[in-house]
Ligand binder design. Structure first.
Ligand SMILES: [Zn+2]
Ligand SMILES: [Zn+2]
Length: 171
């Protein structure tokens, strides 16, 4: 469970944020309904919302027909959950949209409309798969290196045991 249950203040405009339950993903996100329209995601929530086929109707619904206060998106922000200074970071492989990220608790804050921008970045399914595959390769590559290192260690142990065994049997 990564949801936070305390009332938090918007890191961009300091208004109280409203918890919105998203039934399709089963998580609560904090939305700045009465202020700038920003959205705060807890540690693992964000991955449920960043791809175009994921359902954010509830989020869109609650935000449409609202007029939000404009905020300066370039200002540094403080994490509303843990109080750490947030870091501006690119939220996707394409590096077009910056979000505020908390390295301390893993929270992310998106200004109004940034979520839609991130989700619209992939023009085609192929393009998205290509990105996912290259990411996968990078991850798998690290795993293979780890396995190779472990194997080398095992081989070394085995040959040491064999030598010991040979010595015991054959003297
Ligand atoms: Zn706000
Ligand atoms: Zn934090």
């Amino acid at each position: 469970m990564s949801d936070n249950f305390k009332q938090i203040k918007c890191p961009a405009c300091q208004k109280e944020m409203v918890k919105v339950f998203i039934p399709s993903q089963g998580v609560n996100v904090d939305v700045c309904i009465d202020g700038c329209g920003g959205v705060y995601f807890d540690t693992r929530e964000f991955k449920y919302f960043d791809e175009p086929d994921e359902n954010i109707d509830e989020l869109i619904k609650i935000k449409e027909s609202k007029v939000f206060t404009p905020v300066d998106e370039s200002l540094p922000r403080t994490c509303p959950v843990c109080g750490a200074r947030m870091v501006k970071n690119f939220a996707s492989i394409r590096k077009e949209v910056q979000v505020d990220e908390c390295y301390s608790c893993g929270g992310k804050f998106l200004d109004h409309s940034e979520l839609k921008k991130i989700r619209a970045q992939y023009d085609s399914e192929e393009e998205r798969s290509a990105d996912i595959i290259s990411e996968l390769y990078a991850t798998v590559g690290v795993e293979i290196k780890k396995m190779e290192a472990e194997n080398a260690e095992l081989r070394a142990k085995r040959s040491w045991l064999k030598k010991l065994f040979d010595k015991m049997i054959y003297g």
